[in-house]
Design a protein around this ligand. Structure first.
Ligand SMILES: *[C@@H]1O[C@H](CO)[C@@H](O)[C@H](O)[C@H]1NC(C)=O
Ligand SMILES: *[C@@H]1O[C@H](CO)[C@@H](O)[C@H](O)[C@H]1NC(C)=O
Ligand SMILES: *[C@@H]1O[C@H](CO)[C@@H](O)[C@H](O)[C@H]1NC(C)=O
Ligand SMILES: *[C@@H]1O[C@H](CO)[C@@H](O)[C@H](O)[C@H]1NC(C)=O
Length: 371
């Protein structure tokens, strides 16, 4: 299963020794080659920040001011980045969560207020931490970045409160706002193979979907793995991936998150080592899925009519084991897809390369909002 070992890195990494401009120029050349076959070019890839080795960055959310929040599954830290800042972006710690080994998901549920999942998944033993999964509210309203003694930090410290302890869950992972008005979230249990609705005001939770589409199956190198990314669109349609089964599905839902119709599978992965992990949408309804062990970003048109790789390559560490993605929300980066990566920690690139988890920026021809 998971073992955090030292792996020899033979790939020439785009990294700290090169100015970003050079990296961009090189990636643009590569993209030029790929563009000859892919109908959707763009795809210049830039590393915003690389965490130390053995860091598994699992999820992200973008604030309305353009700052990017990331969460670490290998450490219970929520970090903040300012892509608009002059100079290299650094991770600024927002909050360290008690009693947990890591964080697996983030979703904005009120403007600038985020739900964050913590729990005890262990990379050392593979134990998923049944009984340890909790959802927290992190209020970032009026929380900014200040410089203190040359170090950047958030100020004032955000208000953090426990929303729910979801004791029956095996391994909570994907998370989405269901209704802001009702304060409801949908949260996927990747190991338990079900989706819960969680009510923020009361902490009440219940299973809303548990069937063959969400079910977990053995999927090396993971133990049982099922429903992964979950995202609600227009309040009435739930999209979700199943990482074990390699599927991306859609279902109409009622206001309480329960299904209101049949489930349709829109797309399948291109096959191993591709996986469907988390995803997001552009303003035209195209889905952008990260392919995990496939080290790439795949775009799928609204009804699954076309699947194309828009960035990354199975043999490259440019996007090493992506876990999630979200479009920029700042004034100048609405076409930038921010991607979190695991660095190949679970599925090494080309079989043996592991680098630190990263926050990566991919230039696309799409926009997350205001088409
Ligand atoms: C990360 O691991 C690789 C492979 O073991 C090693 O070559 C590299 O020096 C490590 N990087 C850091 C920052 O420790
Ligand atoms: C996570 O594991 C640690 C160490 O075993 C334990 O002390 C802690 O209570 C667990 N957290 C939860 C929320 O169960
Ligand atoms: C999902 O359904 C299966 C079989 O029908 C059941 O064993 C399992 O406990 C259910 N899971 C949840 C979280 O309700
Ligand atoms: C990746 O590398 C393998 C083995 O070296 C090769 O067969 C394959 O064509 C490469 N794939 C891509 C997309 O470059």
């Amino acid at each position: 299963m998971y073992s955090i070992m030292a792996h020899y890195c033979t790939w020439i990494r785009k990294d700290d020794h090169h100015p970003d401009g050079l990296v961009l120029a090189v990636s643009t050349l590569l993209v030029g080659v790929i563009a000859a076959v892919a109908p959707l070019p763009g795809g210049a890839v830039r590393t915003v920040f690389e965490f130390p080795n053995d860091t598994y960055i699992e999820n992200l959310a973008v604030r309305s001011n353009g700052q990017v929040l990331t969460c670490d599954l290998s450490k219970p830290q929520l970090d903040l980045f300012d892509p608009a800042a002059v100079g290299r972006s650094k991770a600024i710690l927002v909050h360290e969560f008690p009693n947990s080994l890591g964080l697996s998901g983030i979703a904005e549920y009120e403007p600038d207020v985020f739900a964050v999942i913590s729990g005890n998944f262990s990379f050392a033993t593979g134990d998923v931490g049944i009984g340890s999964w909790q959802i927290w509210g992190v209020d970032l309203r009026n929380v900014g970045i200040v410089s203190r003694g040359g170090r950047k930090q958030v100020f004032p410290p955000p208000k953090v409160h426990l929303i729910a302890s979801v004791a029956p869950a095996h391994f909570l992972n994907g998370i989405s706002l269901l209704s802001q008005e009702h304060g409801t979230l949908l949260v996927g249990d990747v190991n338990g193979g079900a989706i819960y609705r969680v009510d923020v005001p009361t902490g009440h939770f219940e299973v809303v979907l548990n069937n063959t589409f969400t079910a977990a199956v053995p999927a090396a190198p993971f133990p049982l793995a099922g429903v992964n990314g979950v995202h609600v669109r227009n309040g009435d349609t739930l999209y979700f991936t199943n990482i074990g089964k390699g599927t991306f599905s859609r279902v109409r839902i009622h206001q309480d998150g329960t299904p209101a119709g049949p489930i349709t599978t829109i797309a399948h992965t291109f096959g191993p080592p591709d996986q469907f992990d988390d995803f997001t949408f552009d303003c035209e309804g195209n889905a952008f899925l990260v392919t995990g062990g496939g080290n790439s970003i795949e775009m799928i048109t609204p009804h699954g009519h076309r699947e194309v790789i828009i960035a990354g390559n199975v043999n490259s560490t440019a996007i090493a084991e992506p876990t999630s993605c979200a479009f920029g929300r700042g004034p100048f980066d609405k076409n930038v897809l921010y991607v979190t990566t695991a660095g190949g920690l679970a599925v090494p690139v080309d079989g043996d390369e592991i680098i630190g988890g990263q926050l990566v920026a991919v230039v696309t021809r799409s926009k997350g909002s205001s088409c």
